[in-house]
Design a protein around this ligand. Structure first.
Ligand code: TXA
Ligand code: MG
Length: 318
């Protein structure tokens, strides 16, 4: 059974210690319970995907306690300032461009140039965020494909031993997830309806807000466009080694690649470590003078499904 503790000074201190160690802590927000990990620690972020059993990497929302904590993470826009003032802290998530030296792991963004950020209003969430001083990546604290949790018991039922600590702050006040709004294109787009309505957003912004649906031409959510995850160089999968001029992305023990620029996703063959390194290493190898990136075979188990999904997209015809 997972450890469930009521929110008090001791449990918050323990939660903060665990998060700094890269462990996972489930915590209440005003929408649903989140499964939190240190957003700046790729291993912690990889273990979030693993704990949820998410079959592909769907980008995660980063939570902070106050507006100025977002400065290092994202590029502010005028609209973002307006919405932040109107609806934070609260059930709204903004998708913005990552700041140039954004410390959040690329896996948090699932390799995208954007980052989803939110300032929750729930006092227990605020307490935790203030205690850690870290940006916390947190999807809903349920097993992938299952209902979102609105009590600590739901989290324990859904995630069992896959979470190091569950903070019990009672039932969530809102009970549906935050509104996700993408501010990176000319027209703001609601990617996921939630606690803040389109009308509220339009009134605050003084402009039209589109709602994403598969049948409109509104910008898509990530994970649907293969090019989103594609590096500049061509990618060759299931490669036992690099050909001339290729860079090599290895996994596990390799026989050496004479001359090739090479990085290893996980020398010990650990899929969580590989997931944590995937996007950053792809980027590092995606430079001239290489002619392409050859990638070692990755096992199709556990997080290997998500890694292979992204690799397939990266290698797909553009
Ligand atoms: O209320 C909530 O938002 C809860 C609490 C814990 O804050 N969190 C939550 O996270 O619902 P999750 O992972 O279950 O849903 C996050 C949604 C997904 O639909 C994801 O695709 C979208 O936000 N998202 C995250 N980052 C994005 C990005 N960079 N661009 C577009 N969409 C993004
Ligand atoms: Mg969810």
């Amino acid at each position: 059974m997972s450890l469930v503790l009521p929110v008090n000074d001791e449990s918050i201190a323990l939660a903060s210690t665990l998060l700094h160690e890269g462990k996972l802590v489930a915590f209440p927000t005003e929408t649903v319970y989140g499964l939190g990990g240190d957003a700046t620690n790729g291993h912690a972020v990889a273990s979030i995907y693993k704990a949820k059993g998410r079959p592909t990497f769907n980008p995660l929302i980063v939570h902070v306690d106050e507006v100025k904590a977002l400065d290092p993470l994202i590029e502010w826009t005028e609209r973002a300032r307006v919405l932040a003032k109107a609806f934070w802290p609260g059930p709204m998530t903004l998708v913005l461009k990552r700041a140039p030296s954004c410390p959040a792991s690329l896996l948090t963004s699932a390799g995208l140039e954007t980052l989803a950020v939110r300032i929750p209003s729930n006092p227990d969430a605020q307490r935790l965020l203030k205690a850690t001083g870290l940006p916390i990546a947190a999807p809903s604290a349920n097993a992938s494909g299952k209902l979102s949790p609105t009590t600590a018991n739901h989290v324990a039922d859904s995630l069992g031993n896959n979470v190091d600590l569950i903070l019990d702050g009672g039932s969530c006040q809102i009970g549906v997830e935050s509104t996700v709004i993408d501010l990176t294109s000319e027209i703001p787009v609601i990617l996921r309806p939630g606690g803040i309505t389109r009308e509220q957003l339009e009134a605050a912004l003084g402009c039209k807000v589109a709602v994403y649906s598969a049948s409109t031409n509104a910008p898509m959510s990530p994970g649907m466009l293969s090019s989103h995850y594609a590096p500049h160089l061509p990618v060759r999968l299931n490669a036992k080694g690099a050909e001339r001029n290729e860079a090599y992305l290895a996994f596990g023990i390799t026989e050496g690649n004479a001359g090739a620029a090479s990085l290893n996703l996980s020398p010990s063959g650990d899929l969580s470590e590989a997931a944590a390194n995937l996007f950053a290493m792809m980027r590092a190898l995606d430079t001239p003078p290489h002619s392409g990136i050859a990638v070692a075979p990755i096992p199709m188990t556990g997080l290997g499904l998500a890694i292979n999904d992204r690799l397939r997209r990266a290698a797909a015809n553009r």
